[in-house]
Design a protein around this ligand. Structure first.
Ligand code: KG4
Ligand code: ZN
Length: 357
C-alpha cells in the first residue's frame, strides 16, 4: 500500500450530500457537507423524494469542493469509497451512481462502504489540515466496543479487528435519534429532535415523570417505541385529555414547563437505555477502547453519562464528524484497501438500503 494514499469518500444515505478526502485513513484534508435539512423541517422528518432531488443538485459541486479544499486534482486521488447502504433508496442511488461513474471515467478503484460501520470509523481520524476540528489524539485499539446512535440505528458492536466484528445487540424498533425526533414532534420542537430536545430539556426537571425503560430478551438489545408512547400518553394526561387526542394538537396545549419536564424526563431514560447496556458490554468484554458514532453521539449529555459509567477514557470524533459525512466513508474505504477487501465492480455495484452489520 502506498504511503500517502488519498481516498475520496462520498456519502448520500439520508439528507446530507457529503464528500471528503482523507489521507492514510487518518488525516482529514477536506470535509464538505451540504444538508437539505431545512427543506424537511416543516414536515418534522426527512422526506425521501426531497432528499433525493437535493442530492442530484448537490452531488457534483460537493465532490468538486471536497477536491478543491483538499488541494487535490483527480490525479491525486487513489480510490473512491461510497456508502451503498443502509439508507434511503433514492438518496443512496445518487451517491452510488456518481461514484460508479467517476470510478469508471477517472479509472479509480471503488470501495463500497457500510454507512453504520462508517460512523465508527470517524474515530480513526486523528489529524487534519482544516481549521476548527478537535481531532482524537490516537486511533482506537482492538478489541473495540462500538456504540452506534443515529437516526436509523442503535447498536452495540464488538470489533476484534478491522472487518472482524460481532453485533452484540440493536434496537427492535425505533433508533434513539428517531425517538428524539418523534418526541420533539409531540412537543412541537423543531426537527432534528437530537438538537432541539436537549436544549428544551435544559430547562426541565428529569425526575418529574418516570418513563419506563424497555426490558428486552436480548441482553444488549434496545427498544424506544414504548418510551415514545409513554411520552405521548403522559402529554395527553398533562393537558387533561384522553388518549384519543391527536398528537398534533399537543404542542398548542402543553405549556413551556410541561414541555421542558417531559423533554428532560424522556432524555434521561433514553440515554440510560444506551449507557446501561454499553456499561454491561464493557464489563463483559473488557475492550481496549470504546468508540461512539452517529448523529446522537454529538450530544453532551450522552457523552457525560458514558464518561460517568464506563471506566475507560473515551475519545470522541469532532462534533462535525458525528453526523453523516464523507470523511468517515473515506476512512473506512482506506481500511478496505489496506486489509485487501475486494474492490466493488463500478459497472454493477447496487445499493443495499437494508444493509445490516
Ligand atoms: O447519523 P445521523 O446524522 O444520520 C443517520 O445515520 O441516521 O443521525 C441523525 C440523528 C437524528 O435523529 C437527529 O435528531 C440526531 O441524529 N442529531 C443529534 C444532533 N444532530 C443530529 N443528536 C444529538 N446532538 C446533535 N447535535
Ligand atoms: Zn448516519
Amino acid at each position: 500500500m502506498l504511503k500517502g494514499m488519498k481516498v475520496l469518500g462520498i456519502e448520500t444515505s439520508c439528507d446530507e450530500t457529503a464528500a471528503a478526502v482523507v489521507e492514510d485513513g487518518k488525516k482529514l484534508l477536506s470535509n464538505v457537507v451540504s444538508s437539505s435539512v431545512n427543506l424537511h423541517v416543516q414536515y418534522g422528518g426527512v422526506v425521501p423524494e426531497i432528499a433525493a432531488r437535493s442530492h442530484i443538485e448537490a452531488i457534483m459541486p460537493v465532490i468538486q469542493q471536497a477536491l478543491d479544499d483538499a488541494d487535490c486534482t483527480w490525479n491525486d486521488i487513489d480510490a473512491i469509497a461510497v456508502t451503498y447502504g443502509a439508507g434511503l433508496n433514492g438518496s443512496l442511488l445518487i451517491g452510488v451512481l456518481a461514484a460508479r461513474t467517476l470510478a469508471i471515467v477517472k479509472k479509480k478503484p471503488l470501495y463500497a462502504a457500510n454507512h453504520v460501520e462508517g460512523h465508527i470509523y470517524a474515530n480513526f481520524l486523528t489529524q487534519t489540515t482544516l481549521p476548527d476540528f478537535d481531532m482524537r489524539t490516537s486511533q482506537p485499539e482492538f478489541p473495540m466496543l462500538g456504540i452506534i446512535v443515529s437516526g436509523g440505528h442503535s447498536q452495540l458492536v464488538l470489533w476484534r479487528d478491522h472487518f472482524d466484528y460481532t453485533l452484540l445487540g440493536q434496537t427492535h424498533d425505533d433508533a434513539i435519534g428517531e425517538a428524539f425526533d418523534k418526541v420533539a414532534k409531540i412537543l412541537g420542537l423543531p426537527y432534528p429532535g437530537g438538537i432541539s430536545l436537549p436544549q428544551k430539556a435544559e430547562h426541565g426537571n428529569p425526575l418529574t415523570f418516570k418513563f419506563p425503560k424497555a426490558k428486552m430478551a436480548g441482553k444488549y438489545d434496545f427498544s424506544f417505541s414504548g418510551l415514545k408512547t409513554a411520552v405521548l400518553r403522559t402529554a395527553q394526561e398533562q393537558v387533561g385529555k384522553d388518549h384519543s387526542l391527536p398528537s398534533f394538537e399537543l404542542p398548542g396545549l402543553l405549556n413551556d414547563r410541561q414541555k421542558a419536564d417531559i423533554a428532560a424526563s424522556f432524555q434521561k431514560v433514553a440515554y440510560e437505555t444506551i449507557v446501561d447496556k454499553a456499561a454491561l458490554a464493557y464489563e463483559e468484554f473488557a475492550p481496549k477502547s470504546v468508540t461512539i458514532g452517529g448523529g446522537v453521539s454529538a450530544n453532551a449529555g450522552l457523552r457525560q453519562q458514558l464518561a460517568e459509567r464506563i471506566p475507560c477514557p473515551i475519545e470522541y470524533p469532532d462534533r462535525k464528524l458525528c453526523g453523516d459525512n464523507g470523511a468517515m466513508i473515506a476512512t473506512l474505504g482506506y481500511f478496505h484497501a489496506l486489509h485487501k477487501q475486494p474492490a466493488a465492480d463500478p459497472y454493477t455495484l447496487e445499493i443495499a438500503p437494508n444493509l445490516s452489520m
